[in-house]
Structures are given as structure tokens and as C-alpha cells.
Design a protein around this ligand. Sequence first.
Ligand code: THU
Length: 161
Amino acid sequence: MFHAPTGSKRCGNSDSRNRAARSDQTRTGQGMTLKDTAIKVRLNAHAPYSNFKVGAAIRAASGAIFAGCNVENVSYPEGTCAEAGAIAAMVAAGETELTEVYVIADSPMPVSPCGGCRQRLAEFGAGEVRVTMATTGGAEQVATLGELLPGAFNTDHMADR
Ligand code: THU
């Protein structure tokens, strides 16, 4: 199931292809890679109940990177995932398309976005978007958003409304 996709169908121009190819080597104006951003923001996670800190970094269509960490609450269902935080930061900054995702946790195997976050990511990312799942120990797995959420519910299902 997991593989390293080569590009994006939806973002098919040469600029975006180059951006995808540079992948995690790309540096932002702040000098941070997608991976470094996720590693750093994870340290800010508020996870006193699960003791499971997660960091997420999202590259938006402009190339800007947005970060998020999980923020738990004593009323457990009110907690939010790292991916949700990164998406909120991206949308608050005025961007609505994501082109790459990196998620990291101190887990025995690369951390897998929860079902709800797969749907959240699919709201703003094409099926070809590359999602890297990682451990703090250095393991990585890559999948596309389409592979993580096959048969996603989308606006096609609400046609003629
Ligand atoms: N969590 C995330 O932030 N992202 C994921 O992809 C998986 C789970 C958080 C939610 C909760 O704060 C903790 O990890 C344990 O489930």
C-alpha cells in the first residue's frame, strides 16, 4: 500500500512538479523543512492525558509551511489532532490547498493519521498528495492521500444540490 508517489495530477504544472520533487529538502523562508517543522512543533503538543505528542506540518500551494500539534483537553472529546491544528493555521492564513503533509510521533511505527484527519486533509488536498508518516526514531512511510482515504466522501456525492 505504501509507496513514494512521483507527482501530483491536480497540480500538473512544472512549478508544482518541481516543488513535489524537492519534497522535504525544500526550505522555507524561515529555513525549516517540512520534516523539521513537524519535529519542532511536536514538542509543543499538549498531551497530558495520552502522553502521545504528535507534530504535523503541511505545505500549502504557495509553498508556505504550516504547523500543528495535538491539543488535548480534560474533557477528552474536545481534544484536537495535530493535523487539524496545521489545517486551521493554513486556512487562517488564507490558503485552501495543501500539497504535502508530514506527521510525526514517538510511536513504534510511523504514525497514521486518524480517520477524521484523513477526511480533513482530503478537504484541502488532492488524492495524489504525499503524506509522510514518521517516528521520532527515524522511520518513515509514505502514502498518498488517496491511498489513506479510498472512496472518500466528496461533493460528487452531493451533486444536484
Ligand atoms: N493524534 C494526532 O494528533 N494525530 C494523529 O494522526 C493520531 C492521533 C493525537 C490525538 C490524541 O491527542 C493523541 O494523539 C492520542 O490519540
